[in-house]
Ligand binder design. Sequence first.
Ligand SMILES: *[C@@H]1O[C@H](CO)[C@@H](O)[C@H](O)[C@H]1NC(C)=O
Ligand SMILES: *[C@@H]1O[C@H](CO)[C@@H](O)[C@H](O)[C@H]1NC(C)=O
Length: 244
Amino acid sequence: MKSVLLIALIVALGSCQGAEVAEPLAAQDRSFSSVILELVEEFRVVLQNGVPSYGIPVLAPMTAAKRSFEINSGEFSGTFGVEDFVLEGLDQYEVITMNMDVFRSRLTFEFLFRSLNFTTNYEVDMGSGYRIKRNGGAFFALEDLSIRGRISYSLGVLTSNLRVKDVLIYPSVGNVNSQIENLSKYRIFNRKLNEVIEEFVTLTINDNTDFVAKWVSEQATPVCNDLIGDRTLSDIIAIITGGF
Ligand SMILES: *[C@@H]1O[C@H](CO)[C@@H](O)[C@H](O)[C@H]1NC(C)=O
Ligand SMILES: *[C@@H]1O[C@H](CO)[C@@H](O)[C@H](O)[C@H]1NC(C)=O
């Protein structure tokens, strides 16, 4: 009987405290979310204008007059070149959700790119047993590309040092549109090859979500923590809010 009372007391106290704490946390949730949203909007301007003083070029649209790559992997070797390459749409994202959950220490978000596409002339010259030589124009688009993600973090109890625990990214694509000319000199077969590419890319993006999520998590988590260093959460908020 005594212990039941004790438990009841603890629960009652706990919920009082919970109510007290939840109120300012909810306010914090909102302010963090709006700070991050502001940052996301700033980033759009960076993509559109670049940051010349840091050597960051304009990325939306991203252009390359001429570039060629040497491919050398075992049986495949040759060159792959592009001319008049233009990538559009990196800045055309919509923020579908952006939620900072201070209580559970995580940020969830979803970005949607309506169309991320490039136009280019290409030239391939590959040798492997037989020789493949192709050139022509190309258009390639990822449509309704959604990037969902969740970043979990922890705050040191005493120092409030921020640590990123996990970065999960789940991409998915609504439609892939591939129009690469001259893959075959027969038009029907050319369309077929483009369809194979469309299907391959769709499946690669949509069916490998756990693989991608795991890979990104492994790559991004240590990088984030390196960037954060010994800074506390309030240091970081100060840097972000002071910067703009
Ligand atoms: C390519 O992407 C841009 C930016 O999203 C969009 O405005 C344009 O309509 C797209 N082009 C085509 C042909 O879909
Ligand atoms: C396709 O390839 C042929 C032979 O390489 C070339 O003459 C032709 O210009 C190419 N077609 C296009 C549309 O670029």
